[in-house]
Write a protein that binds this ligand. Structure first.
Ligand code: FDA
Ligand code: NAD
Length: 435
C-alpha cells in the first residue's frame, strides 16, 4: 500500500536552497518530525558549484561527503547524520510528480503522498537539451549535460573512457567556460562552439570577453563563434564521433558537453501559483500567491528591492540567502514578529584554470573597462564598472583579493555618483577602494 506522511514543513527539492533552509530551520528551532526534505537525488543537499570545478579535477578531485551544504559559504557541513540528529526527515530518491496546493498534498512517482502545512518549493532548474529542439543525432552516447552528481559521474566516466580524446563544448555561458577548462585540464583537445559574437554575453562586455577568449586560446582551446551544432554523427556503438555545425564545418568529437542554459522547474505548479519571469512570483519574504507556499532559489521571481523590479537569479548566493529569508519569514509569522524585506545585491562568480572573477550589482548602462585585460599578462587584474544615470550600478573584477572584492561589492551597493567617466577609467580599482 502507498504510504502517507504528514509534516508541518516540507522542502520540495534537495539542492542548495534546501540545505540552507534546513540549517536555518534548525537555527530557528524545529521539533523532531516537523520538517522533511523530499529530493529526487540520492544524496543529501550539496554545493552544486563543485560539480563543474573541484569534482572534475584530474587529481585530488572533490567527492562527497566533502562538499555537502553548507561548506560552500564556510559553514557547517550537514552530513546525513546531521538531519537524523535534528529529527529532520531526508526523503531521498523520491520524485514528486504531482502537487495539489489546494489539498496541500504532494504525490511521488511510486504513489506515496506527503501532506504539509507549509511548503518550500526548491526544485531549481533543469538543463535545456538539444533533443528538446530535435537536433539530429543528439541522443548519441557521450553527449553530456551537467546539473547533478549523476551527470557529473557520467562525465567523469566518459573522460576516463575517452582519455586524451577530443571534446566539443556547445555553449559559451557558465557551463561552457567552466567545462572547457575542466576538459582541457584533463588533457582533452577542446573546441568551444557558441552562436554569439563573444562568450558569456549575458554578463560580459566585448572587452571582458576579449580577455577570457584570449586566455582560453592561449591554453590551447579552439573557439568557434557565430554558429551552432545542427547534428551529430555516431559510430556503430552509438557513441558520438562528430559535431556538424550550421556553418557546414564538422568537428571530430569523443565527448560533447552541452551547456545551452537552464529552465526553472515549475511545471508541477502550473495554473496553481502566479508566475513571472519564468518563475514563481513571490513577495519579499518568498511567499508565493498561495499562502503558506514559498519558492526559493532558482525558481523564485522575487522583488529585487535595489532595482525596484522582479528578478529571477540562477546563482548559488541567492539560493542560500533566499532560503534563509524564507525560513526566517515562516518563523517570524508564527511568532508574530516582523522581518525586514529581502534586500539582495546580485553576486555572481566563476573560476577556471587559475583565474577567478566576481561581479556585484547590475550590468546595465555604459560599461567602463579598467586595468589591463591583455590575456598574456602573468597575474591579470582588470574589471568593468557599469554606469547608469550618473551612478556606478555594477562592478566586475578579475583577479581581486578578498579586500578588493569586498570593495567592489560595497560600490555596487552604494551606487556612488560618477562625474567623469574618463577619470573613473583612469582611477580603476582605486575608485572602489575609496568608497
Ligand atoms: P538546485 O538545482 O540546487 O536543487 C534543486 C533540487 O530539487 C535538486 O535536488 C533536484 O533533484 C530536486 N528536484 C527537482 N524537481 C524535483 C521533484 N519533482 N521531486 C523531487 N526533487 C526534485 N552558481 C554560482 O553562483 N556559482 C557557481 O560557481 C555555480 N556553479 C554551478 C555549477 C553547476 C554544474 C550548476 C548546475 C550550477 C551552478 N551554479 C553556480 C548555479 C547554482 O548551483 C544554482 O543557482 C543553485 O544550485 C540553485 O539552487 P536551488 O536549490 O534552487 O536548485
Ligand atoms: P547560460 O545561460 O550561462 O549559457 C547558455 C549559453 O548557451 C549562451 O551563452 C549561448 O552561448 C549558448 N547557446 C544557446 N543556444 C545555443 C545553441 N543552440 N548552440 C550553442 N550554444 C548555444 O547557461 P549554462 O552555461 O548552460 O548554465 C546553466 C545553469 O547553471 C545556469 O543557471 C547558470 O547560472 C548555472 N551555472 C552557474 C555557474 C556560475 O555561476 N559560476 C556555473 C555553472 C552553471
Amino acid at each position: 500500500m502507498a504510504t502517507e506522511k504528514r509534516f508541518k514543513y516540507v522542502i520540495l527539492g534537495g539542492g542548495v536552497a534546501a540545505g540552507y533552509a534546513a540549517r536555518e530551520f534548525a537555527k530557528q528551532g524545529v521539533k523532531p518530525g516537523e520538517l522533511a526534505i523530499i529530493s529526487k537525488e540520492q544524496v543529501a543537499p550539496y554545493e552544486r558549484p563543485a560539480l563543474s570545478k573541484g569534482y572534475l579535477f584530474p587529481h585530488n578531485a572533490a567527492r562527497l561527503p566533502g562538499f555537502h551544504t553548507c561548506v560552500g559559504s564556510a559553514g557547517e557541513r550537514l552530513l546525513p547524520e546531521w538531519y537524523s540528529d535534528k529529527g529532520i526527515e531526508l526523503i531521498l530518491s523520491t520524485e514528486i510528480v504531482k502537487a495539489d496546493l489546494a489539498s496541500k498534498t504532494l504525490t511521488s512517482s511510486d504513489g506515496a503522498t506527503f501532506t504539509y502545512e507549509t511548503l518550500l518549493i526548491a526544485t531549481g532548474s533543469s538543463v535545456i537539451k538539444l533533443t528538446d529542439f530535435g537536433v539530429q543525432g543528439a541522443e548519441a552516447n557521450n553527449i553530456l549535460y551537467l546539473r547533478d552528481i549523476v551527470d557529473a559521474d557520467k562525465l567523469v566516466a566518459a573522460m576516463q573512457a575517452k582519455k586524451d580524446g577530443k571534446a566539443v563544448v556547445v555553449g559559451g555561458g557558465y557551463i561552457g567556460l567552466e567545462l572547457s577548462a575542466a576538459l582541457k585540464t584533463n588533457n582533452f583537445d577542446v573546441t568551444m562552439v557558441y552562436p554569439e559574437p563573444w562568450c558569456m554575453p549575458r554578463l560580459f562586455t566585448a572587452g571582458l570577453a576579449n580577455f577570457y577568449e584570449g586566455y582560453y586560446a592561449n591554453k590551447g582551446i579552439n573557439i568557434v563563434k557565430g554558429t551552432v551544432a545542427v547534428g551529430f554523427d555516431a559510430d556503430t556503438n552509438g557513441d558520438v564521433t562528430a559535431v556538424k555545425l550550421r556553418n557546414e564545418s564538422v568537428l571530430e568529437a569523443d565527448i560533447v558537453i552541452v551547456g545551452v542554459g537552464g529552465r526553472p522547474l515549475i511545471n508541477l505548479f502550473k495554473g496553481q501559483v502566479a508566475e513571472e519571469k519564468g518563475g514563481l512570483k513571490t513577495d519579499a519574504f518568498f511567499e508565493t500567491s498561495v499562502p503558506g507556499v514559498y519558492a526559493i532559489g532558482d525558481v523564485a521571481a522575487f522583488p529585487l528591492k535595489l532595482y525596484n523590479e522582479t528578478r529571477r537569479v540562477e546563482h548559488v548566493d541567492h539560493a542560500r540567502k533566499s532560503a534563509e529569508q524564507a525560513v526566517k519569514a515562516i518563523k517570524a509569522k508564527e511568532s508574530g514578529e516582523s522581518l525586514a524585506e529581502y534586500d539582495y545585491l546580485p553576486y555572481f562568480y566563476s573560476r577556471s584554470f587559475d583565474i577567478a572573477w566576481q561581479f556585484y550589482g547590475d550590468n546595465v548602462g555604459d560599461d567602463v573597462l579598467f586595468g589591463d585585460n591583455d590575456p598574456t599578462v602573468a597575474k591579470p587584474k582588470f574589471g568593468t564598472y557599469w554606469v547608469k544615470d550618473g551612478k556606478v550600478v555594477g562592478v566586475f573584477l578579475e583577479g581581486g583579493s578578498a579586500e578588493e572584492n569586498q570593495a567592489i561589492a560595497k560600490v555596487a551597493r552604494a551606487q556612488p555618483p560618477v562625474a567623469d567617466v574618463d577619470a573613473l577609467k583612469k582611477e580603476g580599482l582605486d575608485f572602489a577602494a575609496k568608497v
